[in-house]
Design a protein around this ligand. Structure first.
Ligand SMILES: Cc1ncc(COP(=O)(O)O)c(C=O)c1O
Length: 364
């Protein structure tokens, strides 16, 4: 069997595999209602929020679209803070639905500069909302969201929509404490369940914005999802099997304890970075302070061909790593280390990388 180490989907614990293979039940029956309510409450604990938490069927991008179309109107000015492919995607969604997007982009491998965000907000009082990625999976950078949120909320009082797809549940993101208005995640990341659901925490301020927002929406209508949740249901047929999976995986995460889950991800990420450096590799993220705990990006320097390396790792050693995206295609490879993972998994990858690197061109 292959060892899957891309930044989502992730391998699943056997207990979750058993749960997702269970026979179907009526998604409007008592058993599902109870389970869905339980899962929603447990997700709130992991999101560290008392706000409404909605679980929708769709991928993370659907969650980003839901956040945009439910909070904004065509013509609204939006500040997009982008440090990579997923930040750009969030901006593109807003643009597609008619927002006036002001883009603030930063160099590949670097975090967003908090002072530049402050200046952009000072420069245009008409900006209504800020879109930002917590953990940019394409470059393996984690933004200093706490400081960004303090500027956006405390200094300027703007609506803050956060892509926490590859961080929430793996990297600390206390939604209420940092005053995030909409925080979005995706089931295939650190949650130890398959792809197919997106989860959004919605603040009171966000609901007020929602009441006035005029972008078109139907499937992603959060007010409909909230009304259905009061009955323990979803407006449309949900991915029942993933809800079964959540029923198990959330118990596993909560039993381990959130601080321990975050510490495990930090430990695993450090093992990946230290291991890569020991093998003579260079990391895309120069400043350790912003290096992601869920994914590590390694550069194709010193003759290394990242595409060839990933092919060798997959074909010879059955280890599946990720390549680069967008402008980084062919220039980096990435190790996903989120969800069901611990240090021995990284040690195993490093042992095989040591064998594969010379074959993929690395000269020391
Ligand atoms: C930070 C981030 N944003 C957005 C997405 C898009 O999610 P999905 O592929 O589930 O639509 C991903 C997934 O790779 C991601 O890592």
């Amino acid at each position: 069997m292959e060892q899957l180490r891309v930044p989502g989907p992730t391998p699943l614990p056997k207990e979750v595999l058993q749960a997702i293979s269970k026979q179907m039940i009526n998604h409007r029956g008592p058993e599902f209602r109870q389970l869905f309510k339980d899962v929603t409450e447990k997700l709130k604990t992991v999101f560290q929020t008392k706000n409404d938490l909605l679980v929708l069927t769709g991928s993370g991008t659907g969650g980003l679209e839901a956040a945009v179309v439910n909070m904004l109107s065509p013509g609204d000015k939006v500040l997009s803070v982008s440090i990579g492919v997923f930040g750009d995607r969030f901006a593109n969604i807003a643009k597609t639905f008619g927002a006036e997007v002001i883009k603030l982009s930063f160099e590949q491998g670097k975090p967003a500069d908090v002072d530049s965000i402050r200046k952009a907000l000072q420069a245009d009082a008409a900006i209504k909302a800020v879109l930002v990625t917590h953990n940019e999976t394409s470059t393996a950078v984690t933004n200093d969201l706490k400081s960004i949120a303090a500027v956006v909320k405390k200094e300027f009082g703007k609506l803050l929509l956060v892509d926490g797809i590859s961080s929430i549940g793996s990297i600390n993101l206390p939604v209420d404490e940092w005053q995030i208005d909409v925080a979005i995640s995706g089931s295939q990341k650190g949650w130890m369940v398959p792809p197919g659901m997106t989860m959004l925490a919605i603040s009171q301020e966000a609901w007020q914005a929602n009441a006035k927002a005029k972008m078109p929406r139907f499937y992603w209508d959060l007010a409909k999802a909230k009304a259905s949740l009061e009955k323990g249901e979803t407006p449309w047929t949900p991915a029942v099997s993933i809800v079964f999976g959540f029923g198990i995986s959330l118990d596993m995460l909560l039993k381990e304890g959130l601080p321990n889950v975050f510490a495990r991800h930090a430990r695993v990420a450090k093992a990946a970075r230290d291991g890569a450096r020991t093998l003579g590799l260079s990391l895309l993220v120069a400043d350790e302070k912003y290096a992601s705990n869920t994914v590590t990006a390694i550069m194709g320097t010193n003759g290394l061909d990242p595409k060839k390396l990933n092919q060798i790792m997959r074909e010879q050693y059955k280890i599946v790593l990720a390549g680069g995206q967008g402008a980084l295609e062919g220039k980096i490879f990435r190790i996903g280390h989120l969800g069901f993972v611990d240090v021995p998994d990284i040690d195993d990858i490093m042992a095989h990388l040591k064998l594969a690197l010379p074959q993929a061109g690395l000269v020391k």
